[in-house]
Design a protein around this ligand. Structure first.
Ligand SMILES: *Cc1c(COP(=O)(O)O)cnc(C)c1O
Length: 416
């Protein structure tokens, strides 16, 4: 490829950046000074607004001490519910359906413990082997707690292309299934499953279904009120930019707002009587009941800023930009990297794609550190995947082009 071809791509990237309605949000983020950050699906970056809401929480602690539980802005006592409500413009649902608590894995334990009720031959849990390992660990340990062995875990294998087929998922939902848990977006490949079709089939067969939205919340527009799965869990430190260790979210269908959680703790209690300190547990109504201990006030604090920023950007515009960025990344890969042995592992159809792109190359394990040395942060997932995530609020089309040009330079370096 000649220098003039590169110029053509650069001009195209600049034109797309200029036309981008979300371009100004990029300046709200602290971007690493080392270069281009394409790892927002592992840990989203900090925005100025997230930083100030964190400092506000620290300041409230300093000024108010214990009174922050009432007088903090927002009050710490209701913080988990308040932030849960701030998620509704991004994922759908209504007040009482969402709460922030624990971690994704802990919330999954709570929900599986509640909704997995093996009876006779109806005892299987359907999942997929590509799901995040922690989700599978939680499922396996819940099976053990319910007196089941691992033969009760039915894993729907991907096809030769590494992608899960919805037909195979539906075929797995037999009368012997007691629960389904799937990721909205598969973390390795970036495949977005047809959540509507699968949820409908599970519901029609009377099987409780939960989704892990960790790789889609904040980048794919969900309407959980329309989808109406039984429950969801998701982390808030990826596209929701809540910061390392930010508490996770938990969604509970309004159909289950009177459901008693399996695991009880005082912060799952009815707020009106929580401080009666009664030995009898009276659960809150809705998702709030599924909390266990105190909300992680300082770890949650950045979310007030970052969720406000996302709501202002608008999830539909965020999704549109994300698809344009990943589409551009795929187009550039085809044009500039395919001849170097790089192939695209993520579905090309926009409706089947999450927010990141998986590229395959035999030397992926060496290429990712080479990219980092050149200032481009992506990540490696064995055996041969380079994951690149152009997180929409903080990435430009020019960033994507620069990263692909660096990858090409790494592929052309003599060490490879
Ligand atoms: C990131 C992620 C998690 C993280 O779990 P934690 O318990 O919050 O650390 C879980 N599941 C999936 C699918 C993820 O992508």
């Amino acid at each position: 490829m000649s220098a003039t071809d590169t110029e053509v791509w650069k001009r195209q990237a600049r034109e797309r950046d200029e036309a981008d309605p979300l371009k100004d949000f990029r300046d709200d983020f602290y971007r690493p000074t080392t270069g281009i950050y394409l790892d927002g699906n592992s840990l989203g970056l900090i925005s100025r607004r997230a930083e100030s809401s964190l400092f506000e929480a620290v300041d409230a602690w300093r000024r108010l001490g214990v009174q922050g539980w009432e007088e903090g802005q927002p009050s710490w006592f209701y913080l988990a519910e308040t932030l849960g409500q701030m998620l509704t413009p991004l994922v759908g649902g209504n007040a009482g359906d969402l709460v922030l608590a624990g971690s994704t894995t802990v919330n999954l334990h709570q929900l599986v413990a509640t909704f997995y009720k093996p009876q006779g031959t109806r005892r299987l849990i359907v999942a997929d082997p590509l799901n995040f390992p922690s989700d599978l660990y939680a499922l396996k340990s819940q099976l053990a707690l319910h007196g089941q062995d691992e033969s009760a875990l039915r894993l729907v294998s991907p096809g030769a292309d590494g992608l899960i087929r919805e037909d195979d998922v539906l075929a797995a939902l037999g009368p012997d299934v007691a629960l389904v848990l799937l990721p909205s977006v598969v973390f390795r490949t970036g495949q977005l499953l047809d959540m509507g079709r699968i949820t409908k089939a599970a519901r029609a067969r009377g099987i409780p279904i939960g989704w892990d939205l960790s790789h889609s919340a904040g980048v794919v527009a969900h309407r959980l009120d329309e989808l109406d799965p039984d429950f969801c869990v998701f982390c808030t430190y990826k596209y929701l930019n809540g910061g390392p260790g930010a508490p996770a979210a938990l969604y509970l269908s309004p159909r289950h707002h009177h459901q008693r959680p399996a695991l009880w703790g005082w912060f799952g209690g009815d707020k009106a009587s929580q401080f009666d300190m009664s030995p009898a547990f009276t659960p809150a109504l809705g998702a709030g009941a599924f909390q266990i201990g105190s909300p992680h006030v300082l770890s949650m604090a950045p979310l007030k800023g970052s969720l406000g920023l996302l709501a202002e950007a608008g999830i539909d515009r965020v999704r549109a930009k994300s698809l344009a960025l990943t589409g551009f990344l795929i187009e550039l890969t085809d044009a500039l990297l395919a001849s170097h042995g790089v192939s695209v592992g993520t579905p090309r159809e926009p409706q089947r794609r999450g927010g990141h792109v998986a590229l395959h190359h035999v030397d992926a394990a060496q290429l990712v550190p080479a990219l980092r040395a050149a200032g481009v942060v992506g990540d490696f997932r064995p055996p041969d995947i380079i994951r690149l995530c152009p997180s929409p609020l903080c990435t430009s089309f020019s960033d994507v082009l620069a990263a692909i040009l660096q990858l090409r330079a790494a592929l052309e370096a003599p060490a490879n």
